[in-house]
Design a protein. Sequence first.
Length: 402
Amino acid sequence: MRIGIVGLGVVGLSTGVVLAEQGHEIVGVDIDQGRVHGLQCRRPPIYEPGLEEALNRNFERMKFSTDYSSLSDAEVIFITVSTPTVDGRIYLGYVFDAARKIKEVARGVIAIKSTVVPGTARKVKEITNLKVVSNPEFLREGNALHDTESPDRVVIGSDDKEAGDLIQELWSFTKAPVIRTTTDEAELIKYAANSFLAVKVSFINEIANLCERLNCDVNVIARAIGLDKRISPYFLSAGLGWGGSCFPKDTLAITSFARDVGEKLRIVEAAIEVNQERPFRALKLLKEVMGEVRGKTVCVLGLAFKPNTDDTRESVALKVVNLLRQEGAMVIAYDPKARSDVEMVTLDECITRADGVIIATEWDEFRGLEPKLRGKPVVDGRRVLDPAKMGQEFRAIGLGVR
Ligand SMILES: NC(=O)c1ccc[n+]([C@@H]2O[C@H](COP(=O)([O-])OP(=O)(O)OC[C@H]3O[C@@H](n4cnc5c(N)ncnc54)[C@H](O)[C@@H]3O)[C@@H](O)[C@H]2O)c1
């Protein structure tokens, strides 16, 4: 099948390479010329495990362009553009812009993978007069290709049976359970899923705060409650909170959307509030072990919002960096993949030069650093170190003073 992809970010590229691997012809369109040019030279604009290799393997079946007319004979066109929040509300301008441009050139079925509030697919149908399916994406950055190939479920929201069947057929190779719904339900499923996960993390982070007061270990609590099948062990890691391009914007988008239609999502709003306090927690723990940070050099280990990605969007690590700067600290950082305006140095230099260290992302290479870090004031914001191997000037989220 000939498939168009509009928006060549994590979601668009993962969808593209995975469907190309299934033998489909892919036409990718993006408004970002640099991005398209890089892809035409086989250079993905983002780091994602396996992406560059998959792009190269399937390059013959993949075309990239800034010109929407290349979508003219696509049978299915995925919309995978960004849907940021602006002033706490979802901004759908990119989706509607894509829809208007698709309308000018194409006749295929539109499948919306971008995360959008209920009612959006109906509006895209009004704009384009084409068949529109809501097919939300649940991939995790850092595992994007695996999750696209082997999703836990495929959600297909469609008010047109034939169009829904076509998208269902496209993903049938995944063997995942398929949930057929209305477009509004499919759109809401995505927000319900992300909000629930955000609530779960904020919940364990509140328990972590309590553990610090009581000198209990939140990891012990999390392990014990996670063995209860009704709770499950996933998303129970206490830390500096959730960031990234999805949870922060999606929780804001759905809570403001809910208020607009006359409902208040109190639990999700509380989860957002708990999350906003996490960087202050890191600073509080650091001050406990090194006193005031003014005029001192603090090394932040990890800038990406989570390991195995170079994505720093809404990264809590960067919020910690800003807080430290506001407090008058000199900040240096090390991250295996991510970059920012912070002075980036090697891992060894970061530790050697620092008066204090905060571990802000749980990259695997930070495990086992105890011998190098011992003796320095350290805050383990992601619980990667063994507290038994650390000295007095050590604090970890959810641990208290040992
Ligand atoms: N990143 C994730 O982990 C993830 C997971 C599930 C769902 N989502 C959702 O999928 C959507 C895309 O996310 P992403 O992380 O891939 O975004 P991204 O920001 O990495 O990429 C979006 C791309 O769309 C392009 N774009 C914007 N407007 C365009 C237009 N009118 N025409 C063509 N291209 C346009 C941008 O230039 C950019 O390259 C968002 O709604 C997001 O919430 C993301």
